[in-house]
Every structure is written in structure tokens, then in C-alpha cells.
Design a protein around this ligand. Sequence first.
Ligand SMILES: Cc1cc2nc3c(=O)[nH]c(=O)nc-3n(C[C@H](O)[C@H](O)[C@H](O)COP(=O)(O)OP(=O)(O)OC[C@H]3O[C@@H](n4cnc5c(N)ncnc54)[C@H](O)[C@@H]3O)c2cc1C
Length: 313
Amino acid sequence: MAKVLVIGSGVSGLTTALLGLQQGHDVHMVYRDHWSDTVSAVAAAIWFPFAAEPQDKVNSWSRDTYEVFEDLASQTKKTGVFMTNFLVLVEDPEYVYWESALPPESVTPAEPDWILPGYATAYYVKVPLSDSSVYMPYLQETFIELGGTSEQRTVTNLKEECKKADWVINCSGLGSQALCNDQKMFPIQGQIIQLEKPLEPVKTLMDEHMPHRLAYILPRTNDVILGGTARPHESSTDVDPDATQKIIAQCVKRLPVLANAAVKNVRVGLRPGRSQVRLEKEEGLPIIHNYGHGGSGYTISWGCAREAIGLIK
Ligand SMILES: Cc1cc2nc3c(=O)[nH]c(=O)nc-3n(C[C@H](O)[C@H](O)[C@H](O)COP(=O)(O)OP(=O)(O)OC[C@H]3O[C@@H](n4cnc5c(N)ncnc54)[C@H](O)[C@@H]3O)c2cc1C
């Protein structure tokens, strides 16, 4: 059993900290921002590999995570995780990079009506969706229940933190830009809209014109999330009213049932972009890095946590 200090209370930090406890370690979490003020709280969040590299590792971490989420989906009320039939409109069949991350038989062809002009095909993909407004508190509460401790402060020197624990696991997301002087990191700004849930059923849908255009509709327990934008190197967290109009218009075009749903909130978050996810032990120091998950922080959370905890000798 090791004394482990996890930096960060976003989905990466909380998942890693929780898994550390489950594997018998003594875990303390340090965070600058409460989970509700992280980019993890902005995400909806659907399981789907997006804007994270390298693709082969991302698909493998995604597969591991899928299995855990499938288990958590058996207790939706408690965890906020449920399985959904995600309708994915595909423009370029060569761009179905995510298929190998899925269990066999989870992809089925959609009705021909959904193959809109300009699209090659459309699929239903059975994937987990974690309603972050339920799932993040679930992670936090389970961490405390299992004996985890935490404190709110900003870490400025990773080496100094090594004096306080056997191992330090850095899950500070975009914070690693400053903490590790990491020039490979960059923000990917994303804006989403939270709508009142209409009485009529709403499909879970994504338009795969990515990365140039991105449209998705994610009905959750109490709301519907519309997305979105993905703007690399954009670091403002101000709402862009023009983007709000465009997101609503592109989603209503695909699902007219949303036309009269009231807007509850509009949120902007900065995804922790990086040329590649950094998941490695630092040479000569008991520091493990687990950050740079881009647009896939939820999708690869358990796979990455498992690998990070596995690096503890
Ligand atoms: C609009 C939008 C939609 C998204 N949708 C999805 C989706 O559907 N599915 C999906 O998988 N992903 C999605 N994402 C991406 C996902 O939100 C991120 O990949 C994920 O939240 C990153 O989690 P993290 O824990 O690594 O970072 P964060 O959530 O940013 O957490 C970082 C933590 O580190 C702390 N920290 C930073 N610096 C320091 C420091 N120096 N000292 C102490 N603590 C520090 C912070 O305070 C925070 O607690 C979306 C993102 C956006 C913006």
C-alpha cells in the first residue's frame, strides 16, 4: 500500500483517486478548483473518442472505460450513467476511427431516413452517457466514503509534493501547462447549451462532420445538452452569443422537436488539448502524469486511471 497524492478534482483526478483507494492505497487529493468549477462539470458527457491522441491508445483506454461505465449503468439513479442508442450521422465512412473502441455488435445501421443529403451513412452506436451533474458528485462521494481525504490549494512545484507522499499523480488537466511548463498543451474551447427537456422523446444524436463542424444532442435525466464548438487555441471562457444561435439552429434542423424548448444555461469550458495524452512516470521521480485528455476525458477516464495506478510499483 502506498501513500498517493492526486492533483486535480476533475474526472481524471477523481477517477484516479477512487481507483487508487479501491486498490488499497492511501489517497489524498489536492485541487485548485472544486469539481463543480472544472471543465469536467461542463461536459455532458457521452462516451465517444474525440480530439485526443494517439488514436490506438485512446481506443484501448476507451474500451476499458466502456466496460466500467456499462457496470455503472446498472445503478443509473446513483451514478448518473446510462446506456443510450447514439445516432451518428457519418459523412465520410473512412472516418469511423472509433469503431475498434467498441464491443462487437454495438454498431447497427440506422433507418435510411437518417442518411441525410451529403451523408454517406448513419449508425446507431450503443454507448454510455454519464450525466456529469450526477456522476461527478457520485465519484466525489464514493471517494470520501472509501476514506479518501482532500484539500483545496494550488500546487506550484511537483517535486515539493513528492516529500508528502510515496507517489504523486498529476491529473491537473490544462493546469499542467503552467505546472509542468508543458508547451504541448493548448486549450480547445467548447460551448454547450442546456435546454429544458421537452415532453416528447428526444434522440441522442451526433453529426460526424468533425472536426470542422460538430453538432450533438444529448438528452439526460432532467435536461438536454446541445453542442457544440471545438476551437483549438481559444482560451476565452466567455459565452459567444453567435455560437449559441448557430448551435441551436443546427440541432433544431436535425431534431425539430427541440424548437420550443427553453434555454436553461449556456456554458463554455476549455478542454485540456495536447499533441498526445501524457500518461507516464517521470524519469527518476515518483511522479506519474495523467493529463491532456482533450475532448475524451470521460471516455478514457477509467482506462487511463488503471494505467496510471498500475505505474505505482
Ligand atoms: C463543451 C465540452 C463538452 C465535452 N464533452 C465531452 C464528452 O461528451 N465526453 C468526454 O469524454 N469528454 C468531453 N469533454 C472533455 C472533458 O470535459 C475533458 O476531457 C475532461 O473534463 C478533462 O478532465 P480533467 O480531470 O483532466 O481536467 P479538469 O476537469 O480541467 O480538472 C483539472 C483539475 O486539476 C486542478 N488543477 C489544475 N492546476 C492545478 C494546480 N496547479 N494545483 C492544484 N490543482 C490544479 C483543477 O483545479 C481541476 O480540479 C467536453 C469538454 C467540453 C468543454
